[in-house]
Design a protein around this ligand. Sequence first.
Ligand SMILES: Cc1cc2nc3c(=O)[nH]c(=O)nc-3n(C[C@H](O)[C@H](O)[C@H](O)COP(=O)(O)OP(=O)(O)OC[C@H]3O[C@@H](n4cnc5c(N)ncnc54)[C@H](O)[C@@H]3O)c2cc1C
Length: 417
Amino acid sequence: MSGPPGTLRRARCTVPIAWAVAPRLRSTLPPRDRRVPGQPRLERALVCRTVSARQAQVAVIGGGIAGAFAAYFAARAGARVTLIERDRVGAHASSNNPGGLNPLYGAGIPGPLASLALESFRLHESCARDGDIGVTPEPKRRLNLALDDADAAALRRLETVYDDAPGFSVSWLSGRELRECAPRLAPSIELALLAEGDLHVNAARYTAAVAAAAECHGATIQHGLVTGIARDGARAEAVHTASGPIACDAVVVATGAWSDEPAAWLGVRLPIAPVKGELLLAELPGGAVALDLAWNMVAIYRVDADRVLIGGTETDSGFDERCTARARLALLDEADRILPGINDAEVVGHFAGLRPVTADGMPIVGLAPGWENVGLALGGGRKGMLLGPAMGKAATDLLLDGSTDLCFDACSPERFA
Ligand SMILES: Cc1cc2nc3c(=O)[nH]c(=O)nc-3n(C[C@H](O)[C@H](O)[C@H](O)COP(=O)(O)OP(=O)(O)OC[C@H]3O[C@@H](n4cnc5c(N)ncnc54)[C@H](O)[C@@H]3O)c2cc1C
């Protein structure tokens, strides 16, 4: 599915179980083995959409950005949705991140994730236009800094990608222009690529707003730990919670880094590891930077006139979400190389989250292998805020319609089966 980053390839991906959510309606649909040869799948999917989506009871497990968007799109399509979250909506990675919606770089971009990343970016934009999510993504300008020749070479590659993508642009800054944009930059930094066209959100507020929008469309948010799935053959019939079972016609699993238990319930492989990231919120003496600064693994994100976020670390610490002194020192030290004096900032917040990163870096989205009515929206990794709408929408499209227009070829759960 790779293609030039500016191009959205529309490949309809169809799942052969279009009537997954409406067993009681199966008699009204052509049985699979008696389907008229050559009958288009689209027609069958549309029959399903007009009938089953309205009647389906969909249980979404997990209230991060992927679960919130799954609940939103399913409820918007007319399903009766219950989102079950054991802590609170956005309690984990989906609040503790800088909210960058940057579709043109990252693992698999350019490459197999490029089309999906842009599709998801456009979904953020179209949801904002629709107006029922109370927080709107805002434009973000970023100075990508070059400290040596290798950095400059990497930025030249990024330049090509931005140049090719409609709605995005880049320009090189040096000398006086660069100093005007970032007067406090380390004097040794003489070259930067200014990128425009990306968006960002306040992650905690955005995730809560998406869940609230799902509620406006009729979804219920229930506090509770899901402990298993009741099945009848290849179909999920209910999810088990501490306060009893919740009957359902379809399930979306969106449990972020906590995938081992769902994998055991479903009997499928979900190789997802927690990659911990920590961020500092700091008040800079003399005010915040005017635009984001990025170099290597460190970035300084403007929050408002006084504050910046400094991020982010990457460590393998299992499911430990504590904020550590080691990360705080490392972040300040790295940031000080690009913005000298940042060590004197007052650190007013310190956050940590677990990125759900798959074995091959690609998300896991689609029907769970061997199941007719369980969708997976997992493994957003380092791009989960960006990919949340596409992951949530694809999982619910597949369950309610039997197909999706989104480019999920490289994300199939079958690749780990
Ligand atoms: C420091 C940092 C920086 C990042 N920067 C960016 C960025 O700039 N842009 C970007 O796109 N992405 C970024 N990310 C990645 C992004 O934050 C994640 O990929 C994304 O938030 C994952 O969302 P999720 O919904 O899959 O998982 P989560 O947010 O972890 O949500 C999963 C939810 O499921 C719940 N749950 C789990 N098991 C159960 C159960 N059995 N029953 C009930 N509930 C359950 C959990 O409590 C949790 O709330 C960053 C991440 C970090 C940590």
